[in-house]
Design a protein around this ligand. Structure first.
Ligand code: UDX
Ligand code: ADP
Length: 466
């Protein structure tokens, strides 16, 4: 394939990765036309909503970009056939959840959605088409994509050829726009130099050349899994140390600062918390362990499995601690839950530690008063599942902090939303029952601000009452 002057792009999948990524490309490349297609009509309608507060993903800075580029050079549609037909380059950005049945169930990634949309590409593409894997996928998925595309001749009577690239996305939710506008690096894996150059030319519109690295396909696919495994490992490491700090009288914040100054370790991604959530870390490590087992490396698999075990344990130990501090009984006790998203600045709840902790507390008979600035009630009910339905009288939700604290016996702060940093704890003190506890699992409450309060205070990695 010769280097193509790309004019029209299609992205299959209008989710947390596809939506923001294509918005930023459209913003930075006004000469390109970008169509984002999804089979979920409701999602596409939300992306097209006149009221920008209704677009399906909350990310700081995203609404402003959508306002600038939507229906100019960025379009959201369910029309898959013609969109694929008219595109020079197609990004695959569909979901790759963990398999729920069959070989590798509970570990391997399910690439059904990748396969299904690749079949659509194979069927409708015309001419030379570059297919780019954006979704996080198991190593050697490109092989499956290539095989499907190469067999397109039977269904597709048009003259067509394909080149497959891997271009994993490293954005983190909550900072997606900043990460996309100013990435640490862009990784492009592939075999065909001209196709790699065509994709590179797009990024060169706003990313410096030295930040764009190219590798073979398999290194690119594996680098994404490795990056997520290393990041998750740092969190499990600091969370493991947080438990040790609590019993030895050390302070995890001080330990974090002390080790973070070592340039070999670095200061980022060392905040102890209630355990990592999000759609990637657990799924990708499970996928990695499956790959290791598949390739006959059980020791490597069990090494990475520990990162997940510590994460599950961190959530469990926080739940148990809440129960213990409340005299081993939370039945009919009101508890305020501050934050339900898996981290601040996102409305995403996938794998949020709040899900496990709230379910356990509901199971113990607690009455939960849940607050989150961006997650909505229906999403919380969905995450709490059957328990959410059965116990619907036992939990309530509010976007407003107003009456969340009335008569509660505990406050469990689970997400580091900015609004929680400015709570006037003296006012809260007047509303709660006594004795009561504040559990700060994110270390964002300033102990000076609660000096005059009656409630007891616990912080992750410190644990001393003050
Ligand atoms: C992650 C990767 O960072 C990103 O590169 C990849 O593309 C997708 O997966 P994301 O899951 O969106 O991104 O958010 P991230 O900021 O990595 O946080 C993941 C979880 O770790 C959150 O629950 C967060 O609260 C937790 N975390 C993060 C900590 O507990 N401590 C930290 O120091 C950092
Ligand atoms: P991610 O976090 O990786 O972006 P999401 O689940 O948020 O994942 O988004 C993936 C999107 O891909 C969903 O909106 C889903 O409807 C869409 N999708 C899955 N398969 C197809 C397909 N064959 N054609 C079009 N869209 C698809």
């Amino acid at each position: 394939m010769s280097v193509k002057n790309i004019k029209t792009i299609c992205c299959i999948g209008a989710g947390y990765v596809g939506g923001p990524t294509m918005s930023v490309i459209a913003d930075k490349c006004p000469h390109l036309t970008i169509n984002v297609v999804d089979l979920n009509e409701e999602r596409i309608n939300l992306w097209n909503s006149d009221d920008l507060s209704k677009i399906p993903i909350f990310e700081p800075g995203l609404q402003e970009i959508i306002e600038r580029v939507r229906n100019k050079n960025l379009f959201f549609t369910t029309e898959i056939k013609n969109t694929i037909k008219n595109s020079d380059m197609i990004f695959i950005s569909v979901n790759t959840p963990t398999k729920t049945k069959g070989i590798g169930a509970g570990k391997a990634s399910d690439i059904s959605w990748v396969e299904a949309c690749t079949r659509q590409v194979a069927k409708y593409a015309v001419g030379d088409t570059i297919v780019v894997e954006k979704s996080t996928i198991p190593v050697r998925t490109a092989e499956a994509i290539k095989a499907i595309l190469e067999n397109s001749k039977r269904d597709n009577k048009e003259k067509c050829s394909f080149s497959v690239l891997s271009n994993p996305e490293f954005l983190a939710e909550g900072t997606a726009i900043k990460d996309l506008q100013n990435p640490d690096r862009i990784l492009i894996g592939g075999e065909d130099a001209s196709s790699i150059q065509s994709l590179k030319d797009i990024y060169l519109n706003w990313v410096k050349e030295e930040k764009i690295i190219t590798t073979n396909l398999w290194s690119s696919e594996l680098s994404k899994l490795t990056a997520n495994a290393f990041l998750a490992q740092r969190i499990s490491s600091i969370n493991a140390m947080s438990a040790l700090c609590e019993v030895t009288g050390a302070n995890v914040q001080e330990v974090k600062e002390a080790i973070g100054l070592d340039t070999r370790i670095g200061s980022k991604f060392l905040s102890a918390g209630p355990g990592f959530g999000g759609s990637c870390f657990k799924k990708d490590i499970l996928n990695l362990t499956y790959l290791c087992e598949y390739f006959g490396l059980p020791e490597v698999a069990s090494y990475w499995e520990q990162v997940i075990s510590i994460n599950e344990w961190q959530k469990y130990r926080i739940y148990k601690l809440v129960i213990n501090k409340l005299f081993g009984n939370v039945n009919k006790k009101k508890i305020a839950i501050l934050g339900f998203s898996f981290k601040a600045d996102t409305n995403d709840t996938r794998e949020s530690p709040a899900i496990f902790i709230c379910k356990q507390l509901l199971n113990e008979g607690a009455i939960l008063k849940i607050h989150d600035p961006k997650v909505d009630e229906a999403q919380i009910a969905f995450e709490l599942g059957e328990l959410g339905k059965e116990n619907s009288l036992n939990w309530s939700f509010s976007h407003n902090l107003g009456n969340i604290f009335d008569n509660v016996e505990a406050i469990v702060l689970l997400t580091e939303w900015e609004v929680y940093k400015t709570i006037n704890w003296d006012l809260v003190n007047d509303k709660i029952m006594t004795p009561a506890w504040l559990f700060d699992t994110r270390r964002i409450v300033n102990p000076d601000k609660i000096k005059n309060c009656d409630f007891k205070f616990w912080q992750v990695g410190l644990g001393n009452d003050i």
